[in-house]
Design a protein around this ligand. Structure first.
Ligand SMILES: Cc1cc2nc3c(=O)[nH]c(=O)nc-3n(C[C@H](O)[C@H](O)[C@H](O)COP(=O)(O)OP(=O)(O)OC[C@H]3O[C@@H](n4cnc5c(N)ncnc54)[C@H](O)[C@@H]3O)c2cc1C
Length: 474
């Protein structure tokens, strides 16, 4: 083994001697991978292809003991450390640039205790791993819309999905975690043990340590739901979005709707002559009975003449993969988002206006309905807060690595977001923040919970060992 040059905890470069590295790797159950190794290539291949960070080395953890060893090693040798879950963070926060990346992606067990309605989930799991295991028992936790996303990053940032209207943020389903803190101790945290730490982990991201296990409260869902999407030409956008709003205002919590304005993808469900033309899509998930779903969706269907109506009774686990193909790994992504309380006429007018002359193939503005159960908790029930959110408004851009439209796409996202942000509650989702968002955006995510979060950070991570994240130290 040769000497390794690494990024130091507070910047600069440090040299790790061969014997230091040998002692460390000799103890590992997993492996230390360097550039050129297959494990390095796999671990550093993340969803947003725009991220250019290259860690000096990757530790592929095979056990909680490996996590303890890596945390101790990084702290004692003052090496910058990042934590990789599903690698889906848009800002690429799973990778240290020049430091050490702790890759949790090999730890993927899910144990479902259907009698107690709980799932114990290892921190390297994807959403798909968990949905498949829990749905075998007709159970589900509230997880997000794309199955390859990591449970760790999603949960630690708050988390939302089709079940949020019924059960709240993902952190509202979180019962307990196992975590390795900066001092190398393995701790459990819950509402009755290390309560302050548990409160902070419910939204505070990777600031407090490496979570090795999540325990979720499960709910009876499915196994079949009514889900899919209905699309119309953009000429119908005003009446479609008005109907979307009207249903959203009175819908039972079993129904979640998502409005999307974009140009039609070259998908099999879109007639070829409409590929690339502006459309409006309503994504649907109804976890009540098919009869209830038919009644609740009737106003949408009454609009008539869609380009496609793909809403049908299907497995919930399949619904949870509906949008996977729209977010392929390796493309370049740039987003901006805000939480909004409701959909005023002015907001909807602004929403439509952003699409005039929009030619990019995959740019979109999305309105995810999230209101319901989460609004019933006090703002300080977990660090995530944002209990006044009704919709997540997300301006999204995607392009292929060889595209020359990167600057134009980024500019469009910023312009559309600038137009829409006056409707914000003042809060935004920390998990949707891109690499270029300034520190105050993170502060805005936590609003009044920030001070308490920083106190917990001072207690459990006084040297800010866990800093490759949306850092709250300020
Ligand atoms: C296509 C796509 C769809 C999405 N859809 C949704 C959605 O429907 N709902 C939603 O809520 N969010 C959604 N997100 C956002 C998602 O929650 C975040 O991107 C999240 O960070 C992804 O988690 P990850 O584990 O894959 O991230 P990674 O990139 O692996 O990690 C991100 C950060 O999480 C922290 N982290 C990861 N693992 C651990 C750990 N074991 N212990 C401590 N900290 C850790 C680290 O700080 C790391 O820097 C989506 C993202 C994408 C790309």
């Amino acid at each position: 083994m040769t000497t390794l040059q690494v990024t130091g905890l507070t910047g600069g470069t440090r040299s790790l001697e061969a014997d230091t590295l040998e002692r460390f790797t000799g103890d590992l159950d997993g492996v230390l991978a360097r550039q050129g190794d297959d494990a390095y290539a796999e671990a550093t291949s993340i969803w947003n292809g725009m991220i250019a960070r290259r860690p000096a080395a990757v530790v592929r953890a095979a056990s909680t003991e490996d996590v303890v060893r890596t945390v101790n090693f990084a702290r004692e040798n003052e090496v910058e450390l990042s934590i990789r879950g599903g690698g889906h963070n848009i800002a690429g926060l799973s990778l240290s640039d020049g430091g050490l990346t702790l890759d949790m992606s090999q730890l993927r067990t899910v144990h479902v205790d259907s009698d107690r309605g709980l799932a114990r989930v290892a921190a390297g799991c994807t959403l798909g791993d968990v949905d498949r295991a829990t749905q075998e028992h007709g159970l589900a936790a509230t997880l997000g819309f794309v199955s390859a996303t990591g449970v760790a990053g999603l949960t630690l940032g708050g988390g939302f999905g089709y079940l949020t209207r019924r059960f709240g943020w993902t952190i509202d389903d979180l019962e307990e975690v196992e975590i390795v803190t900066a001092d190398g101790c393995v701790r459990r945290a819950s509402r009755s043990e290390n309560e302050a730490l548990f409160w902070a982990l419910r939204g505070g991201g990777g600031n407090f340590g490496v979570v090795t296990e999540f325990v979720y409260r499960l709910h009876e869902v499915g196994p079949q739901v009514t889900g899919g999407l209905i699309a119309w030409p953009a000429a119908r956008a005003e009446e479609v979005v008005n109907t979307f709003r009207q249903i959203a205002e009175s819908a039972p919590r079993e129904l979640t709707l998502v409005a999307v304005r974009r140009n039609a993808p070259p998908a099999p469900w879109v007639p070829q002559e409409l590929h690339g033309t502006p459309i409006v899509i309503i994504v649907v998930c109804h976890s009540g009975t098919p009869h209830e779903a038919a009644a609740d969706l009737a106003p949408l269907r009454a609009l008539g003449d869609p380009i496609a109506d793909l809403v049908m009774v299907k497995d919930y686990a399949v619904q949870q993969t509906l949008l996977d193909a729209t977010q392929p790994k390796g493309n370049h992504y740039y987003w901006k988002s805000e939480f909004v309380a409701g959909l005023s006429d002015e907001l909807i007018e602004t929403y439509h206006a952003q699409f005039v002359d929009q030619k990019a193939p995959a740019n979109q503005i999305v309105l995810f309905q999230v209101d319901g159960a989460l609004n019933e908790h006090p703002e300080d029930d977990g660090a995530m807060g944002n209990r006044d959110a009704g919709f997540a408004c997300v301006v999204q851009s995607m392009w292929t690595p060889d595209s020359s439209a990167a600057d134009a796409n980024r500019e469009w996202v910023r312009d559309a977001w600038n137009a829409l942000k006056r409707f914000s509650t003042g809060g935004n989702y920390v998990n949707f923040q891109t690499d270029d968002e300034p520190e105050e955006r993170t502060a805005q995510s936590y609003r009044d919970n920030l001070g308490r979060l920083r106190e917990v950070k001072d207690r459990y991570d006084p040297t800010n060992l866990f800093r490759v994240n949306r850092n709250i130290r300020g």
